[in-house]
Design a protein around this ligand. Sequence first.
Ligand SMILES: Nc1ncnc2c1ncn2[C@@H]1O[C@H](COP(=O)(O)OP(=O)(O)OP(=O)(O)O)[C@@H](O)[C@H]1O
Length: 321
Amino acid sequence: MTPKADTSVHDPIIDVRGLTKTYASGFQALKTIDLQIRRGEIFALLGPNGAGKTTLISIICGIVNASAGSVSADGHDIVRDYRAARMKIGLVPQELSTDAFESVWATMRFSRGLFGKPRDDAYLEKVLRDLSLWDKKDNKIMTLSGGMKRRVLIAKALAHEPSILFLDEPTAGVDVELRHDMWEMVRRLRENGTTVILTTHYIEEAEDMAHRIGVINKGELILVEDKATLMRKLGKKQLTLQLQAPLERIPEGLSSYPLELTGDGATLVYTFDAQAEETGIAALLRRLHDQGIDFKDLHSSESSLEEIFVSLVHRGREARA
Ligand SMILES: Nc1ncnc2c1ncn2[C@@H]1O[C@H](COP(=O)(O)OP(=O)(O)OP(=O)(O)O)[C@@H](O)[C@H]1O
């Protein structure tokens, strides 16, 4: 990887300002996005299906046109200075769409050539070795396993030595081992100075790797935060109790607890802070017993990202109302 002259984190490597996107269908996929990515960071963009993650990445990578606003990549405006901006960026898409009949090696050489970069077989060899693909270099892509094809996508995106790498759902549907290999690879890239932006549905992925996290929902960037701060906010767990007999409402004696009655009154959900020393579960169960409320089953779970997004958006709407 090329050494980076400027490693300052204050100078954004990606600068997105007032970006909006309305597709030809009239659907507004992005609503005024402002986002600065720091040089050398791993940034995770989280959001439920259809939130606008791929649209945002596609605009930054010059695949989709913005309706308004501007983006610069390493100082180059992605419209006025498209070639220079694109040269800085490697994109690992969700799916492999072409090159099935080509060998891994030919695909790499071709990708590098597309960006007008001089031949550098030693560099390409290093990329393939780092991704455990070297022994497959002469294989046609169609003969590789799904996991290997994923690695090829990454290798291809790195062929022209970009300083910014976008990974769109890098580990969706891959097995645990490959997921860990990919995380390892992302860390190595970062150590070499590459800025990595990934989209994911997996909270562990963001938790494990990202320095900062952006949450996008319905085309709005609802927050951008350092990971540690966000994890504290998201660190909620839930205890779900299946009641023996449905309740009409939460009894007075339990009103001090953050409880919610769902499933026609037959399910009681208690939300608590996973990081807190006292979860309050023991006291709650005692209180339920005192109130004569019996349950037949209970389980605890961490709120899914989708639930967290919904609650974030909900809160945002309430705050605006
Ligand atoms: N070419 C298009 N024309 C019209 N609407 C589109 C087009 N591409 C995407 N959309 C819509 O824009 C919204 C955002 O889509 P996008 O693919 O950016 O979401 P995403 O966050 O990447 O979702 P996922 O996690 O499912 O990949 C969706 O409602 C989608 O249906």
